[in-house]
Ligand binder design. Structure first.
Ligand SMILES: N[C@@H](CCC[C@H](N)C(=O)O)C(=O)O
Length: 287
């Protein structure tokens, strides 16, 4: 079939976005992977599918596929691209929409200045629900209840890193580093992603604290590798920092591809994500 798509990005986290309301889409993991392939396909960190909702009270259903072809629960930067897409394509005239995801309902809103704010829902902080293998943890949680030692095998040597396990519907392991530009993201990112403690794998965040309301962040994303920005990673980092008493809301997050802003009023409260969404081009591919 000839598939129409839109290429978009949010702070450099890039997406192929597909209208599944007006086209019938039922791809295999290999086809999703091909769309994400930068050499043989279109190329993207995630492929986003817009569908009619199956849940009452929602305007749309939002499905997310990583570049490796696997379907995942949530994508924060993608949710901003999503609301811009449905507005530009005339699929809705509402500026605020409710969106069904694998991880629950989120509520993105298109602001008058073109920026987009998303209610990403409340973070999940209990390790057993992250998903995180709480049974197999080595040692006790240190400090606040989300901080855990994680032992990595590095070329025969063992290194312990302290991570905060935070779920934004999808799993994140966030660590604080002194210098994010020098952090071994490419080396330890894959080890953390595939660590035995994370049965569903995990997104690995590396956060440098600049001051109490400003951090620099890099994320090695599950199913992708390092991306230029990760929206749920930014939410998880801000939540982890606030919980550890290192940060105050709102937090400015500098990612390599752009700036995001996160607000969170504490346990049980939703996390608010604000940032850009950009349409790059329209295309068509035989698939
Ligand atoms: N880039 C995303 C996160 C996409 C999903 C993630 N790689 C996962 O596997 O959970 C974002 O902006 O949140």
């Amino acid at each position: 079939m000839k598939l129409k798509f839109t290429k978009m990005h949010g702070a450099g986290n890039d997406f192929v976005v597909i209208d599944g309301v007006n086209q019938h889409i039922d791809f295999t993991p290999a086809q999703w992977k091909l769309l994400g392939d930068r050499r043989f396909g279109v190329g993207a960190d995630q492929i986003l599918l817009v569908e009619k909702p199956t849940e009452a009270g929602c305007d749309f259903r939002y499905r997310i596929f990583n570049a490796d072809g696997g379907e995942v629960e949530q994508c924060g930067n993608g949710s901003r691209a999503f609301v811009k897409f449905v507005s530009e394509k005339g699929l809705t005239d509402q500026r605020s929409i409710t969106v069904q995801t694998k991880a629950g309902v989120i509520a993105p809103r298109l602001e008058a200045d073109g920026s987009i704010t998303v209610d990403m829902g409340a973070p999940i902080l209990e390790p057993g629900r992250v998903p995180f293998d709480a049974e197999g943890l080595q040692g006790e949680p240190q400090g606040r209840d989300t901080l855990w030692p994680l032992v990595l095998e590095l070329g025969g040597a063992r290194e312990s890193v302290l991570i905060s396990a935070v779920s934004m519907g999808n799993p994140h392991a966030v660590q604080v580093v002194d210098d994010v530009d020098a952090a071994p993201v490419e080396l330890t990112g894959p080890l953390i992603e595939h660590h035995v403690r994370f049965p569903n794998r995990v997104n690995a965040g590396f956060m440098q604290i600049i001051d109490r309301q400003h951090v620099k962040l890099r994320v090695f994303e599950r199913g992708v590798g390092e991306t230029l920005a990760c929206g749920t990673g930014a939410c998880a980092a801000a939540v982890a920092g606030i919980r550890r008493g290192l940060l105050d809301s709102p937090v400015r997050i500098d990612a390599r591809g752009g700036q995001l802003s996160i607000s969170w009023d504490g346990e049980g409260q939703p996390v608010w994500l604000t940032g850009p969404a950009v349409t790059v081009f329209e295309g068509e591919i035989e698939i």
